[in-house]
Design a protein around this ligand. Structure first.
Ligand code: PMP
Length: 350
């Protein structure tokens, strides 16, 4: 006898990457955090916070944060919904839109595994459309799958490729349901699909402060879409899904675009160097627009390398999944961290 719904018994829960305690002497390149600290303005909020902010319930709509997003991205405040990380917004989307066989969740594969987990919880039927080798968007297959939600991560994880704006436009034009463009890694990319929310009423673009803004521990994400689309999502979200501290700290980080952009530039330069260094060791590495690279080791021994690196205090991501089981996803660290990783790989490959 189980205490759970059939859907919960049947599903595999999402398995997050390893999260050792901060302060532990480890090089952490497994969950695509930013190697640089958050904006000094954001940290200052924590030092000067009036206790009133903790005593009272937070603003259910995080309006202080929405105002900062509006200023930074040039979108109206009523086009923004805020979440406890973008995972929370993804969850709200699936809760609100997907159900059973008629209202499917559709996405190209490989991609962010949480989409599958959220659909399984609902439960909603899933259609997974494989990406071809060159990662062009399989538009016709995605359209034919007729999703209530079609998720496209761009840049995608774990491949790191960005989906061209014109492909997203073609998809949005042909799909009747919602097209959710997950831009968790956009701060390290060359372009964004944000303009599509003005062109198409079925497009929602999701962003996070976990990557570009170095605030993964804060749990702050948001999405932009027309107010009519957001109405349904506001019905589903928890009233107080964003805490008062996150609202203020997130707003300060959002206002400091210059700092975020400077850190992203450093990461992009390090990404290029890491890619070359890995290729020189014989890895096949996909060009990435994220703050990570997907690398295939020369001798088909990704799991052993993952374990060997772990023994040396370096965490990278190894996915025990068909198609990804001989690959490592490596977050871009500081140049010093990346160098330590490369040296460890040299000794492991000997
Ligand atoms: N989307 C993608 C593609 C991701 O890789 C991640 C990070 N794991 C997220 C969304 C979630 O980010 P967060 O909940 O930290 O905002």
């Amino acid at each position: 006898m189980s205490y759970f719904r059939h859907a919960i018994d049947a599903m595999t829960g999402y398995v997050p990457g390893e999260q050792p305690k901060p302060g532990t002497k480890i090089i952490k390149l497994n969950t695509n955090e930013n190697p640089y600290p958050p904006s000094p303005d954001a940290l200052n909020i924590l030092r000067t916070l009036d206790s009133e902010w903790l005593r009272r319930y937070p603003d259910p709509f995080a309006r202080e944060f929405c105002a900062a997003v509006s200023e930074a991205l040039g979108v109206p405040t009523d086009w923004i919904i805020v979440g406890n990380g973008s995972d929370d917004v993804l969850n709200v989307l699936v809760r609100a839109c997907a159900e059973g066989r008629d209202r499917k969740v559709v996405y190209p594969m490989p991609t962010y595994v949480l989409y599958r987990t959220l659909a399984a919880m609902q439960p909603a039927e899933v259609v997974e459309v494989p990406y071809p080798q060159d990662f062009t968007l399989p538009i016709d297959e995605l359209v034919a799958a007729n999703g209530a939600i079609t998720f496209i991560a761009s840049p995608n994880s774990p491949s790191g490729h960005s989906v061209p704006l014109d492909d997203l436009r073609t998809l949005a034009r042909q799909v009747a349901g919602i097209v959710a463009i997950d831009e968790a890694y956009v701060d390290f990319a060359e372009s964004s699909a944000l303009p599509l929310v003005q062109e198409f009423e079925n497009v929602i673009v999701l962003r996070t402060l976990s990557k570009g803004y170095s605030l993964a521990g804060l749990r702050m994400g948001f999405a932009v879409a027309n107010p009519q689309l957001l109405t349904g999502l506001f019905k589903v979200k928890d009233s107080y899904n964003i805490d008062a501290i996150a609202t203020l700290v997130g707003a300060a980080a959002m206002r400091d675009q210059a700092y975020k952009n400077a850190c992203a530039e450093k990461v992009k330069i390090s990404r290029a160097k890491l890619t070359v260094d890995l290729k020189n060791l014989g890895f096949t590495v996909l060009d990435s627009q994220g703050n990570f690279v997907l690398a295939t080791p020369p001798e088909g021994n990704a799991e052993q390398l993952y374990l060997g690196l772990k023994e040396r205090g370096i965490l990278v991501r190894y996915f025990k999944q068909p198609g990804l089981d001989n690959k490592l996803r490596i977050s871009v660290g500081t140049d010093e961290q990346n160098q330590t990783l490369i040296e460890a790989l040299v000794s492991l490959l000997k």
